[in-house]
Write a protein of this length. Structure first.
Length: 250
C-alpha cells in the first residue's frame, strides 16, 4: 500500500482507521467536530478573498493577477529583489572594509589584513597563516603547565596525581626515612636510650653511631634510638670521643 492510499484509509484528524471509505474521519464526535470547524474556516477565508477581489500590489497598488500570497506585482517584485541585492552588496563591501582594517592574527605580526575576496580572512599573508597554524598545533600537542598540589609551582605533570617530580622525590625520601626508622626501632628497641639508658618518654630520636660527616651510613646496624639530650650533645663525635651527659655527671 502506498503512502497516499494509507493516508486515505485513515482518519484525517486522529489517524485511526476509517470504518467507511466515503468519510474523511473515523466517526468519533471530536474528530467530526474538528473536521467541520476546519471546513468552515476554509470557506470563511475563501469568502473574504472573494469579497476583497483580486489581490493588489503592496507597492504600486495595482492588481497583479498573481497568487494570493504574492505581495508585489512582477515589475515591483523585480525592483524589490534588485534593491535587496544592492543592499546586500553594500553591506558586504562595508564588512570587507572593516575586516581590512583589522590587525593580522599571526604571531608577532600586527599589519592590517587588507582587502581580499575572502571576507573571513584573518592573516595578511600565507606565511602568517602557516605560523599561526603551527602555534595552534603546538598548543594542541604540548600540555599546558598546571600548579603542583603541594608546592604550587606551575609545571608540566607527567602523571595525573597532580604532584611535581621534586615533591615526589621529597615524598619518597620521607617514606624511606620513616621505613628505616621503623626497622631500627624493631631491631634495637626503643624502650630506653642506647647511650644513657634513660627512659624515652617522648619516643626518642634516631642517632648515627658513626656520623654521616665521618663516613657513616644510614643503615640499621649504624643507627640507634637515643634521647634528645644525648643526640644534641653527641653531634658529629664518635663513641670513643664522647661521653653521655648523664654518665659524665656521675
Amino acid at each position: 500500500m502506498s503512502a497516499l492510499d494509507e493516508s486515505r484509509a485513515t482518519c484525517s484528524e486522529c489517524g485511526a482507521p476509517r470504518p467507511r471509505p466515503d468519510r474523511a474521519t473515523c466517526g468519533e464526535a471530536l474528530c467530526v467536530e474538528s473536521a467541520r470547524l476546519q471546513v468552515a474556516a476554509r470557506r470563511a477565508r475563501e469568502a473574504v478573498r472573494a469579497a476583497a477581489g483580486a489581490p493588489r500590489c503592496h507597492r504600486c497598488d495595482q492588481r497583479h493577477g498573481r497568487e494570493a500570497w504574492a505581495l508585489y506585482c512582477a515589475r515591483c517584485a523585480e525592483e524589490v529583489d534588485e534593491s535587496r541585492r544592492a543592499e546586500r552588496r553594500k553591506l558586504g563591501e562595508s564588512r570587507r572594509q572593516k575586516a581590512a582594517e583589522k590587525p593580522c592574527q599571526g604571531p608577532k605580526c600586527s599589519n592590517p589584513v587588507g582587502l581580499s575576496a575572502n571576507n573571513d580572512r584573518s592573516y595578511c599573508s600565507e606565511q602568517c597563516r602557516r605560523a599561526a597554524e603551527h602555534v595552534r598545533k603546538r598548543a594542541r600537542t604540548k600540555p599546558q603547565p598546571v600548579p603542583c598540589r603541594r608546592c604550587g609551582k606551575p609545571v608540566i605533570l607527567k602523571f595525573r596525581d597532580g604532584v611535581c617530580s621534586s615533591c615526589q622525590r621529597v615524598q619518597r625520601t620521607v617514606a624511606r626515612r620513616v621505613t628505616l626508622q621503623r626497622k631500627v626501632r624493631a631491631a634495637h628497641g626503643d624502650a630506653g636510650c642506647f647511650h644513657c639508658s634513660a627512659p624515652l618518654l617522648d619516643g626518642g630520636v634516631i642517632d648515627h653511631l658513626e656520623p654521616i660527616s665521618r663516613g657513616g651510613l644510614s643503615t640499621v646496624a649504624n643507627m640507634r634510638v637515643v634521647c634528645v639530650l644525648c643526640n644534641a650533645s653527641k653531634k658529629d663525635q664518635l663513641l670513643d670521643e664522647w661521653t653521655p651527659p648523664l654518665l659524665a655527671e656521675h
